[in-house]
Design a protein around this ligand. Structure first.
Ligand SMILES: O=C(O)CCC(=O)C(=O)O
Length: 163
């Protein structure tokens, strides 16, 4: 028994999805176009420069694979990582195991379907802590102001602060 849910990724060529990992396993299905994956198993986490930025579904990295020349510290760490390269074409399915760091670049306009799944035990072990963090985040008690889900608006000049 497994609860599954899907994400669809639709985008032009050269779309970059930054380095991150997801808690669930993922069957990544390429529908049209071509994408390249860089994959790093969980034992490479020490080299992945884990970010403090909050994201509901993923754990993010401070490494920006498209701006490594501007990130000397992250680049040095990234250079020590041992990973895998995968290329997916229309009709391919790639299994991305739980907690595997990955970054993705589309070489062509692409449509992809990511199918995530969690067993009841995984929902308890990982889903519960994740939902607790999400609740604390919405209550502004956890990583508020440093997240991918809320856009911080510039306050009027007289207030001179971010809201
Ligand atoms: O296809 C992409 O650009 C991102 C895919 C991804 O990160 C995922 O399925 O977890």
């Amino acid at each position: 028994m497994r609860r599954t849910w899907e994400y669809t990724f639709i985008g032009p060529a050269n779309t970059v999805t930054g380095l991150h990992y997801d808690f669930p396993n993922n069957w990544f299905c390429q529908v049209t176009g071509v994408k390249e994956f860089l994959l790093f198993p969980p034992d490479q986490s020490a080299q992945m420069c884990k970010s403090r930025k909050y994201d509901w579904g993923a754990t993010l990295s401070d490494i920006d694979i498209s701006r490594l020349d501007e990130q000397p510290v992250e680049r040095e760490s990234f250079a020590k990582a041992e990973g895998l390269y995968a290329r997916v074409e229309a009709g391919d399915a790639l299994f991305v195991p739980s907690r595997t760091w990955h970054a993705v670049v589309s070489l062509e306009p692409s449509i992809s379907l990511a199918v995530f799944g969690l067993t009841p035990w995984e929902i308890l072990a990982g889903g519960l802590p994740s939902e607790t963090r999400a609740l604390l985040h919405r209550l502004h008690l956890y990583r508020w102001g440093n997240c991918t889900c809320h856009r911080m608006q510039q306050a009027p000049a007289s207030q001179g602060a971010l809201t």
